[in-house]
Design a protein around this ligand. Structure first.
Ligand SMILES: [Zn+2]
Ligand SMILES: [Zn+2]
Length: 259
């Protein structure tokens, strides 16, 4: 059994065959998936919850993606705080900083990020971090504003051992996606080799970033088996061992206790 800790199955790329995608995931052993709730941004915050309400296989998150920071109003934060109590919402995210696209001014991204950390702390739920070309600022905002005992997930981790250690020191779990299988991802692979067994997770970020040999195609949770296999090979353990540890880690962090 594997848990996809991060996917966007609400995406319109799945409108034609969502049911089949979910069936393929379960058949491949990916029996639980986290439906990230950022969708197309505010005012709709329920993209993940809609999937979780409909399918047993999903948990959900709620949040405002840094891309959508400019769509945020005070009402958005109130709504987010209310939804954060939903029983299938296991974490608040993805939130963070994206300096690659810079769709919102950096100070707006930062303010929206910090406010969401306050909401997550109130709800006592871990956070899911999206960071792109903004590592140092992301780490310093977390260090200043986040309680490490509540934990979090560094989604689609793309740093090396040094960055992994910074995240681990702040109470984070490291989630590896399809990039781990890319031949040039040597730094990420080194981080994956060294990360403590009790702090690793796997994800797809579907429909994005499919692992080899599906690279370039639409990603889906069933493909995560390739990423888990790569992680097992890098660490010199069985695929079964990776499935067990990542599942256990997810339940520990998200307080789902096997549900
Ligand atoms: Zn992301
Ligand atoms: Zn994502």
């Amino acid at each position: 059994m594997l848990i996809d800790s991060h996917c966007h199955l609400d995406s319109d790329q799945f409108d034609e065959d969502r049911e089949a995608v979910i069936e393929r995931a379960i058949a491949a052993g990916v029996t639980r998936m986290v439906a990230i709730g950022t969708g197309n941004g505010p005012p709709d915050l329920e993209a993940g919850i809609r999937l979780a309400d409909r399918y047993d296989a999903f948990y959900a998150t709620v949040a405002i993606h840094p891309h959508d920071a400019c769509k945020t109003t005070p009402e958005t934060f109130r709504h987010l705080a209310a939804l954060s109590r939903h029983p299938k919402v296991v974490a608040i995210g993805e939130m963070g900083l994206d300096y690659h696209y810079d769709f919102a001014p950096r100070e707006v991204q930062r303010a929206v990020f910090i406010e969401q950390m306050h909401i997550a702390a109130e709800a006592k739920k871990p956070i899911v971090i999206h960071t792109r070309e903004a590592w140092d600022d992301t780490i310093s905002v977390i260090r200043e504003h986040w309680d490490a005992t509540l934990g979090g997930i560094m989604h689609c981790f793309s740093g090396g051992p040094k960055e992994a250690q910074q995240a681990l020191d702040l109470g984070f779990y490291i989630s590896f996606g399809g990039i781990l299988t890319f031949p040039k991802a040597l730094e990420i692979q080194e981080a994956a080799r060294l990360a403590p067994v009790d702090r690793i997770l796997v994800e797809t970020d579907a429909p994005y970033l499919a692992p080899i040999p599906k690279r370039g195609k639409r990603n889906e949770p069933a493909f995560m088996v390739e990423t888990a296999r790569k992680l097992a090979a890098l660490r010199g353990v069985s695929e079964q061992a990776i499935a067990e540890s990542t599942t256990k880690n997810f339940h520990r962090l998200c307080s789902t206790f096997g549900g």
